[in-house]
Design a protein around this ligand. Structure first.
Ligand code: BG6
Length: 520
């Protein structure tokens, strides 16, 4: 066993040896008093610090409206860390050393004076790179993206110059626009002040290990890639299900709905990685080119066809893990007659040579039966002779499931003979389990993403044409649903798998939702 492990070590190949080195910089977080900063950004930066991945020196500046001293903000962040972090206990010496790099800048986003103050603060760090290498993280509401970017540019903090050896980057959180038109406008506004290559649009799914592994799995194994075509694949199912409801985010969610919140970004990104052609190289632009090409080949349907291809739903009261939970309409900041969808299922068709005629089913929802994200590639059944002729539909077709979270792993399902004197065929599984193979190491997506921004690698971020193409796929669905009140059949009890119509969507072509994590 040991010898095998050593061989595995010898055969592992580092692809990142030539990656850009991280240079000293300051990370300025706009909207620093928000949830994202406390829950995700600061913990991710702290972990990077502990792992010695951050540049030396570095600084973090939180920019927000409320008056607060550096010391008060550091204390708040420590308390938040203890509230949200998986590893509750903080080594005081480590935290204090990290926190000594954190500063606060009080200011309104629209106040030019506040940006001058920020400038002075950066200059006060006494290091040219900390003043001029900036990662400006817009953890603000999307309506502020353009304003902050413009102010940054006017105050001389955001420059488009090349060749100075210093870089200013903008990191933009989702949602990026509400539809194609608004996304285009936003892109136009941002690119008035910054080059496209300075803009890092976040989709945190791309920071997940298992999502990054999709490309490795597909393009470093000849066994599977040969099967990855319409000749072998019957259909593909992508499910991202959550047991959580909208919690305190009712206000945001009323505007977004599952289509904008999940499908336009996370699900389409996973689909693009599963279905794209091999890129010419591992350069960011080559990978993003292929993703865009794939998204562009998804068949657009007009609003009149939406009901044949897409299903929506909204959770009603129900039970999750034996606990009674309220329906969506009873959540805070949600209208009593809201028609916002908390569930979407869709059948998409990819009109290209590889995938023509293969349905890609997407499904996502809140307050579903399980917390689980999976991609299931369902292969075609065997010809109807021998075993298939006798067993009929009982002879299961092969499938590969990529379990994105939790229980991260990959499993291949095939049939085998049950041992014994009888002739019994039954499905068995071959499993790869991340934890068993590599130990329990699942870095937060934000850790990876922040490091990539600092290093200036945009592979894991969404390019302008990518975000716009994704909107053009979901816009017709949105248009068809807008102004159409939800019908009773579209409500699903919390703790279920969504409305019955989601099953009918697959049943029309003789398919059925299948998931390994739910045991089928
Ligand atoms: C976010 C959505 O982008 O992704 C949330 O806004 C959703 O509504 C979350 O819960 C899911 O992310 P994860 O990493 O928990 O699967």
């Amino acid at each position: 066993m040991e010898a095998l492990d050593q061989l595995d070590e010898l055969l592992s190949c580092r692809l990142d040896v030539g990656r850009k080195a991280v240079k000293p910089c300051t990370i300025v977080i706009f909207g620093a008093s928000g949830d994202l900063t406390a829950r995700k950004l600061i913990p991710a930066l702290y972990h990077l610090y502990l792992e010695k991945q951050l540049p030396d020196p570095f600084r973090i500046v939180g920019f927000a409206r409320r008056a607060k001293s550096d010391a008060a903000w550091r204390d708040e962040l420590l308390q938040d860390w203890q509230k949200y972090s998986r590893a509750k206990d903080v080594n005081a010496a480590n935290w204090n050393a990290f926190a000594a790099n954190i500063f606060y800048c009080e200011g309104e986003f629209s106040d030019a004076g506040a940006y001058q103050k920020l400038r002075n603060q950066l200059a006060g760090f006494g290091h040219e790179a900390l003043r001029r290498n900036l990662v400006c993280y817009l953890a603000t509401s999307p309506s502020q993206f353009a304003l902050v970017t413009e102010q940054l540019q006017k105050s001389g903090l955001l420059l488009r110059d090349e060749g100075s050896g210093f870089e200013q980057k903008l990191v933009v959180e989702k949602p990026f626009g509400r539809d194609l038109l608004s996304a285009r406008q936003l892109n136009n506004e941002l690119t008035r002040f910054a080059h496209e290559k300075q803009i890092y649009r976040i989709d945190h799914y791309l920071g997940k290990e298992t999502v990054q592994n999709i490309l490795m799995f597909r393009f470093s194994n000849s066994v599977f890639e040969q099967l990855w075509t319409r000749q072998s694949v019957d259909h593909v199912q992508i499910t991202v299900s959550e047991t959580l409801g909208v919690g305190g985010r009712g206000g945001y969610y009323e505007e977004a709905g599952a289509l904008r919140d999940m499908v336009q970004n996370h699900l389409l990104q996973v689909l693009a990685l599963i279905a794209m052609e091999p890129p010419v190289s591992l350069e960011a632009e080559c990978i993003r080119d292929e993703k865009v090409k794939l998204l562009k080949s998804i068949r657009e349907f007009g609003p009149a066809q939406v009901s044949s291809f897409a299903v929506r739903g909204q959770y009603a009261a129900g039970e999750i893990d034996g606990q009674k939970v309220p329906g969506y309409r009873q959540e805070a900041k949600v209208g009593a007659d809201s028609s916002t969808e908390t569930f979407v299922a869709a059948r998409l068709l990819v009109d290209n040579w590889r995938w023509s005629g293969v349905p890609f089913y997407l499904r996502t929802g809140k307050r579903l039966a399980l917390n689980s994200s999976e991609v299931r590639v369902q292969f075609r059944p065997t010809p109807n002779v021998l075993f298939a002729a006798q067993c009929g539909p009982k002879l299961d077709a092969n499938s590969i499931t990529l379990r994105l979270q939790p229980n991260e792993g990959i499993s291949l399902r095939f049939n085998g003979k049950a041992p014994g004197v009888s002739m019994e065929i039954r499905p068995v599984r071959m499993q790869f389990d991340y934890e068993a193979e590599f130990g329990a190491y699942t870095p937060e997506a934000y850790q990876r993403l922040l490091l990539e921004v600092i290093a200036g690698d945009s592979t894991l971020f969404i390019r302008r044409d990518e975000v716009e193409t994704a909107w053009s796929i979901v816009d017709p669905i949105r248009q068809a649903w807008t102004g159409q009140p939800l019908e009773a059949a579209e409500l699903y009890p919390a703790g279920s798998w969504g409305p019955a119509a989601a099953d009918d969507l697959l049943a029309r072509l003789g398919h059925k939702w299948r998931m390994t994590q739910s045991g089928h």
